[in-house]
Design a protein around this ligand. Structure first.
Ligand SMILES: NC(=O)c1ccc[n+]([C@@H]2O[C@H](COP(=O)([O-])OP(=O)(O)OC[C@H]3O[C@@H](n4cnc5c(N)ncnc54)[C@H](OP(=O)(O)O)[C@@H]3O)[C@@H](O)[C@H]2O)c1
Length: 190
């Protein structure tokens, strides 16, 4: 299915990832201190309060993630509150919190039949494997990429490499006081 046909869906799928300057989204040991905002201050940047961040989390209708990202979120402390979370996995899982459900199978049918009729703002929060698969299938409407002001040297690459050339449209840029920069792109219309 072509992307323009996909864009007739009522919902928007936004892929949101945080990357290091050298293109990694996770360290080999999975530690996350590199995501902390501590460091030099970019005076012209903006900052958001914890309340604003929490309100933002609530404003999304659902979060979609791969099973490895889910496992990591459980380890770190659940950041999604009671907002529905759909975990993509081919495995059987023990009962989880009420807001979580597990799905497998064809991702296009998953988005068009299962997610789009129920949710308007669908946040795909990774990881690299699931994000890349969504992109390959043309299921992403927006990419919200946050660059962290750090070089990691090694780790899990943002995307693995089987994507084809495509020019996306810059919609917004937000620079934060802590040196992070958020880039918002919309998909090219075929
Ligand atoms: N910096 C960031 O913004 C960010 C964001 C998210 C995650 N992360 C980090 O990235 C790491 C995880 O990323 P990852 O790439 O290793 O894994 P992932 O994408 O989170 O999860 C991969 C798993 O998702 C399931 N899956 C993927 N595609 C599928 C499909 N088409 N059909 C069915 N199941 C599918 C499979 O689960 P089963 O094996 O269970 O079948 C697969 O093993 C973690 O360290 C996490 O903390 C970072």
């Amino acid at each position: 299915m072509s992307r323009d046909k996909l864009n007739t869906r009522r919902s928007t799928v936004t892929l949101h990832m945080v990357s290091s300057l050298d293109g990694f989204i996770a360290k080999k040991d999975n530690s996350v201190s590199w995501l902390d905002g501590a460091g030099s201050v970019y005076e012209a940047g903006v900052s958001i309060s914890e309340e604003e961040a929490a309100a933002f989390v609530k404003s999304n209708d659902c979060y979609v993630m791969g099973s490895r990202t889910y496992e990591h979120a459980l380890e770190l402390g659940w950041p999604y509150g009671d907002t529905p979370v759909i975990v993509v996995s081919g495995r059987e899982w023990p009962p989880a919190r009420k807001s979580v459900e597990f799905c497998s199978g064809d991702l296009r049918a998953f988005v068009d039949v299962k997610l789009s009729p129920r949710y308007r703002n669908i946040w795909l929060v990774g990881g690299a494997t699931l994000g890349q698969r969504f992109l390959e299938l043309g299921l992403v409407d927006e990419i919200r990429l946050t660059l962290a002001p750090v070089l990691l040297g090694e780790g899990l690459r943002l995307f693995g490499g089987s994507l084809t050339e495509e020019r996306w449209n810059l919609k917004n840029v937000v620079a934060y006081k802590n040196g992070f920069v958020e880039l918002l792109y919309s998909a090219p219309v075929a």
